[in-house]
Design a protein around this ligand. Structure first.
Ligand code: SF4
Length: 433
């Protein structure tokens, strides 16, 4: 590719590449099922960041890794580098089934969850029947009902466990955050794994056929209502046969080979941004004393996998020796790129996170925080104990403004203060925490 003027941005989008600005800087997003990647894949991402960007990485709340500021002429080499280690960016942006998010809390059944995530990822990624959607479809697999996460995606499978040899899930649909937050609803309870793919395909087909361009599933539900949606879904799923979801490594071998099946060591990452050099070092620890896998958590931290036979103390010591895990009480704050890297950003999210870190007490820092650069809410501020959303850009002598959210009950957090200046925001935070 010799000239960025020849780039077809629509095609690039479905391949996980966004245009960041008029100068033609590009963001490339690696689509990581359950946020998990091997040490070799992590190193390939670091190579791309060092070779074709500024050596920084952005970890997303959906377990993906973005590199910003890539140039069009470098894309062939970037894609080659990713392909060499089995990384895909297909469907990481645009009207497609996005990465399948998964709770990375490990524990009972985690190997089964990962298997389901991988099957869904492979079934929908690059599948032409499920591309060219009106907008994105976000899938998640949860291992329980914590933190309202089952309410905020287009399609969520909540794993209930294995009963009499059958893995069962509750299926929630039509949730979303953004400018019009909408809690999802229970579409079907106790669905066995073999009925999941036909059901998900049916939901996507209804969405594909009936939602206008640019609208999400939640908007379609808002227009046609649950009754009509269920009738359309029944018509779509009527002829689809069941589709077993089984791993060649079921049970004992599946558990023994799944990354994170015995837990993780979490390495905090400030506001989701870290130098590629850090990921490189952490991947080296995973390779040398772990099981060779790391993951991106939904809180934008890095996780080093404790697979079968891994000595967790050995991993911890290696990370400490490399200079990590020193801060015993780091700020738990998710942040989207905001004006640091997103064309839609209204405020400098990482600067706000830094101010929180400076101003909060130890008790305040231990709470869950999230800062979003605009009402699209990519850092999921309505799921945090306290969420901050930039609502006006600070330009032309007009100050940037922020809304402050607080989460108390079972559902999404609600706005408690609106249109605050930065000083007012910090004052409100001190008062409320
Ligand atoms: S919340 Fe807004 S500023 Fe932040 S990444 Fe999403 S679109 Fe960009």
């Amino acid at each position: 590719m010799d000239d960025t003027a020849t780039l077809d941005y629509r095609t690039l989008k479905i391949n996980g590449v966004y245009q960041q600005n008029a100068a033609g800087d590009l963001m490339i997003r690696a689509k990581l099922p359950a946020g998990i990647l091997s040490a070799a894949q992590a190193e390939a991402i670091c190579d791309v960041s060092d070779g074709f960007s500024d050596g920084m990485l952005h970890l997303t709340c959906r377990g993906n890794i973005e590199i910003h500021g890539v140039q069009g002429e470098d894309l062939p080499q970037v894609f080659r580098c990713y392909r060499a280690v089995g990384l895909t960016t297909r469907g990481a942006c645009g009207g497609a089934v996005r990465s399948v998010v998964c709770a990375t809390s490990g524990g009972q059944g985690f190997a089964r969850l990962q298997m389901l995530v991988r099957v869904l990822h492979e079934h929908f990624t690059g599948n032409p029947y499920f591309e060219g959607l009106p907008k994105k479809i976000k899938l998640a697999v949860e291992n329980g009902y914590q933190g309202a996460r089952h309410l905020c995606q287009d399609l969520v499978m909540v794993y209930l466990g294995n009963e009499d040899g059958r893995d069962l899930c509750d299926v929630w649909v039509a949730g979303g955050l953004g400018r019009q937050p909408q809690e999802g609803f229970l579409l079907a309870g106790r669905v066995p794994f073999e009925r999941l793919i036909p059901l998900i395909e049916g939901v996507i087909k209804v969405y594909q056929k009936h939602a206008p361009a640019g609208k999400r599933l939640k908007h379609l539900l808002g227009e046609i209502g649950e009754k009509e949606f269920r009738a359309l879904l029944a018509a779509e799923t009527g002829g689809i046969p069941v589709c077993p979801v089984a791993s060649p490594f079921d049970d004992a071998l599946g558990q023994a080979s799944a990354p994170g099946a015995f837990g993780w060591i979490e390495v905090p990452v400030f506001a989701g941004q870290l130098p590629a050099a850090d990921l490189r070092q952490i991947a080296a620890v995973a390779r040398q004393v772990g099981d060779g896998f790391v993951a991106v958590s939904r809180d934008q931290n890095l996780l080093v996998s404790l697979g079968a036979g891994v000595d967790s103390e050995g991993v911890k010591e290696a990370l400490q020796a490399a200079g990590y895990l020193k801060d015993e009480n780091p700020l738990q704050c998710r942040a989207c790129p905001g004006t640091h890297g997103c064309p839609k950003g209204l405020v400098a999210t990482r600067d706000v996170a830094r101010l929180l870190e400076e101003n909060l007490s130890e008790k305040g820092k231990a709470l869950e925080w999230a800062v979003s650069g605009c009402p699209n809410s990519c850092s999921q501020p309505q799921l945090a104990d306290f969420g901050i959303i930039g609502v006006r850009k600070g330009a032309d002598a007009r100050e940037a403004l922020y809304d402050l959210y607080k989460r108390d009950g079972e559902g999404f957090g609600q706005v408690v203060r609106e249109k605050l200046t930065l000083d007012e925001l910090m004052g409100a935070v001190k008062e409320l925490v």
